[in-house]
Write a protein that binds this ligand. Structure first.
Ligand code: DGJ
Length: 728
């Protein structure tokens, strides 16, 4: 709900559990008064303190009132250049070379429903599910209008923000920085939590107290990156899974980003989140506007678990446009770790037959089916079928696979080109690279210039020809290198600072076209696993391959970190062969299943090589998948214990909305002699109900399971449990 008090110029956003408030002061500055646990309302600007602070300057309007400084006030959208020396949200470069911006209030409007952002991914809602507040600010001297947009999703405590910046003057203006979110906190005793790692080790949780100065994570790789995720948290030092105040902020964006937190001199804090200012410079000609990507905020007064469950609900109901939402997703098998590039029509068919016999429902043909791609140095861009490997074409192959009762899926990497390709030979200028500079290659490939519509149109038509010929119901959209030497032949020298962002807009444009042209095809995102696991991609690709690391034990940590913002239903997770190709570790097949079953589930191994005993395990896993599908897709997710290097088990729980059904999943780590007795305290159950647990005769009261805990059996190394709890 939005409470807009025009007279007091007070704006209060109320969600189920939180309150967010802003107020325009008598100088016209939009101040941030509160964000936290739900309050009844009222004017909270009385919380704001004024004092004469040395070296914090005073705007002209206040004359010599030395107690009023933009450097000390909590602001809603802070600008650089006019006396606030903290992290800026907006940095302009005006035609005269000056960098000042001073925003003052113009008007505010509220309406039912959620604003939309053209060409950008964004949360959506019906008019009953969300409201919009739009506050317009202006720098009168620079003729710049800034519209702050707020989407309020009451039920899931979600507040979205985006910013539209319009040049209303006659001279061009350059945007040097335009954050999507700026959030001031009255205290700085906060921990900054980020999700970091690298290729095959994505989204590990890191938590540290805010120290004086600026701490930031981000990406300048052109993709949101394996190294840092565009989702961060700030929380009270005592906050944990079940208690304490915490704030989660995600950028709905897939390119360069920066998430920065500052602890400043008077022990307040500021968080900014938006496009990374590295090599960002956007020219606004007279009358033009720039829209930032959307940021999504959720505050939980009751710990990380509640924040995550609210994010999961928000993402599932208001971000994913899953073309398969009304059907159970088929169990898939992917050819990559089974064969890499080494296959032909017959081998694939044999593989498909074996998989179909085990109950697999979707066959995904990964890399290697096009051009003359026999290794990863060639043919990207040549989206026609490999004549030697697949002489009968994809149409014939897909029909034969369909005849086995399976659907057919296909891998593509549309943003790339190999130098050894017809496409590159015809259009060497279609790659991102400054003229005259030798290439910086990544995985032997170059990046296509997606800022140019003709490049996107070419790729669209050549891919669509393939899709029209074969019956493809699943597409895996991969992207296997970071951007470097970013320069576009389609833009003049003074607009090269727009290339990174225009590239991302181009990717979104093509994704949308592909979605529209193939309304029944599910697109899975991938960037060497989880290099672009973000809410921007999820808007187009409702599931993303979580990591190229399929080792079940490493996956525990990766899926744990991912779960802070993203629901299990979005996490691509497959059972692969052992010893694992990334770690060399051998984990029991049952355990590999338990981990993958809490994601989108499938196999990525040569299923013909399985023993009869393993085939029986697979049959059981597929049956388990079908039984637990709805719960995992839509249930509440509880992290019970974090992945632990010291051997303690990692446990999580899926609970149905009515709390009558739950699924306890647990994997033991390294085992040491003389294991302790362990009791696992469950969460989210109804304390008054009796639950019957798989394999047990006597039922357990919900309150006992939550307060005293469930006595765990002693498990061997890397063993697992998957236990149903059903209310009697
Ligand atoms: C990287 C992906 O993450 C893998 O799953 C696989 O599709 C390869 N690319 C293919 O080149």
């Amino acid at each position: 709900m939005i409470i807009l008090d025009s007279e007091a110029r007070l704006f209060t956003l109320q969600t189920r559990n939180t309150t967010y408030q802003m107020k325009v002061d008598e100088k016209g500055v939009l101040l941030h008064t509160y964000y936290g646990a739900k309050l009844q309302g009222g004017d909270l600007s009385r919380l704001i303190r004024f004092a004469d602070r040395g070296f914090s300057p005073n705007p002209s309007q206040v004359g010599n009132d030395r107690t009023y400084s933009l450097d000390t006030l909590p602001q809603e959208y802070a600008c650089a250049g006019t006396g606030d020396f903290r992290l800026p949200a907006l940095e302009l470069e005006l035609a005269d070379g000056s960098h000042a911006a001073e925003l003052r209030y113009v008007e505010a409007k509220a309406c039912r429903g959620k604003y939309t952002l053209e060409g950008l991914p964004a949360f959506f809602a019906s008019p009953e599910e969300a409201d919009t507040l739009a506050i317009t600010l202006e720098d009168a001297a620079a003729h710049i209008r800034v519209e702050l947009l707020y989407g309020v999703f009451e039920a899931c405590d979600l507040i979205t923000r985006a910013v539209r910046i319009r040049n209303c003057g006659q001279e061009p203006v350059r945007l040097r920085r335009a954050a999507s979110l700026c959030l001031d906190f009255p205290g700085a005793e906060l921990d900054f939590v980020t999700f970091d790692g690298g290729h095959v080790k994505e989204r590990g949780l890191n938590r540290a107290p805010l120290r004086p100065g600026i701490q930031s994570v981000g990406s300048v790789r052109g993709i949101s990156s394996h190294q840092h995720n565009p989702f961060v948290m700030l929380c009270e030092p005592s906050a944990g899974e079940e208690h304490g105040l915490c704030y989660g902020a995600a950028l709905v964006y897939s390119g360069n980003f920066e998430a920065a937190a500052e602890r400043e001199q008077f022990e307040t804090a500021r968080l900014t989140l938006g496009i990374h200012p590295f090599h960002f410079c956007w020219t606004l000609e007279a009358g033009e506007a720039f829209t930032t990507p959307e940021a999504a905020l959720i505050c939980s007064p009751n710990g990380f678990g509640q924040m995550s469950r609210q994010f999961h609900q928000a993402v599932r109901s208001h971000l994913l446009r899953d073309v398969w939402h009304s059907r159970r997703k088929p169990v898939l098998v992917n050819s990559w770790e089974a064969f890499y590039f080494d296959y032909d029509h017959q081998r694939l068919l044999r593989f498909a037959r074996e998989a179909a016999a085990l109950g697999v429902e979707l066959f995904v043909l990964d890399d290697g089916w096009f051009g003359h791609r026999d290794n990863d140095s060639t043919s990207l861009g040549d989206w026609w079928v490999h004549p030697k490997k697949l002489p009968e074409g994809l149409g014939a192959l897909s029909r034969e696979i369909n005849a086995l009762g399976m659907e057919f899926g296909l891998w593509i990497e549309p943003e790339m080109v190999s130098e050894d390709s017809e496409l590159y030979r015809a259009h060497p200028d279609w790659v991102l690279n400054p003229p005259g500079r030798p290439y910086t290659r990544g995985r032997c490939q170059l990046v296509l210039d997606y800022t140019r519509p003709e490049v996107r149109t070419y790729i669209f038509s050549s891919l669509q020809k393939v899709l029209d010929d074969a019956h493809v119901s699943f597409l895996k959209w991969d992207m296997n290198r970071a951007l470097a030497q970013v320069w576009s032949a389609g833009l003049p020298a003074d607009r090269q600072g727009e290339v990174y962002h225009r590239y991302v807009l181009g990717v979104y444009d093509l994704l949308e076209r592909m979605r529209q042209a193939n309304p029944h095809t599910l697109i899975e995102g991938c960037s060497g696993g989880g290099g672009r696991f973000d809410m921007g991609m999820l808007y187009y690709t409702p599931q993303i391959w979580c990591s190229d690391n399929t080792d079940a034990i490493d996956r525990l940590r990766i899926q744990y970190g991912t779960s802070f913002a993203y629901p299990p239903a979005t996490m691509g997770a497959h059972v692969s062969a052992v010893p694992n190709e990334q770690t060399g570790r051998s984990v029991p097949l049952e355990t590999r299943g338990v981990v993958a079953l809490s994601g989108t589930f499938g196999y990525e191994m040569d299923m013909g090589a399985l023993s009869q005993q393993e085939k029986d395990v697979v049959a059981k896993q597929i049956a388990d998948y079908k039984e637990s599908y709805d719960l995992i897709q839509t249930g509440d997710y509880y992290r019970l214990t974090p992945p632990s290097p010291d051997g303690a088990p990692t446990a999580w729980l899926h609970v149905s909305a009515d709390q009558r059904t739950a699924l306890l999943c647990l994997v033991s780590g390294q085992v040491h002699a003389a294991q302790p007795f362990r009791y696992l305290k469950l969460r989210g159950l109804d304390p008054r109900l009796q639950y019957r647990i798989t394999g047990e005769d006597l039922s357990w009261p919900g309150d006992v399971l939550m307060q005293a805990g469930y006595p765990l059996p002693m498990l061997g190394e890397y063993q697992s449990l998957r236990l149903w709890l059903k209310a009697e």
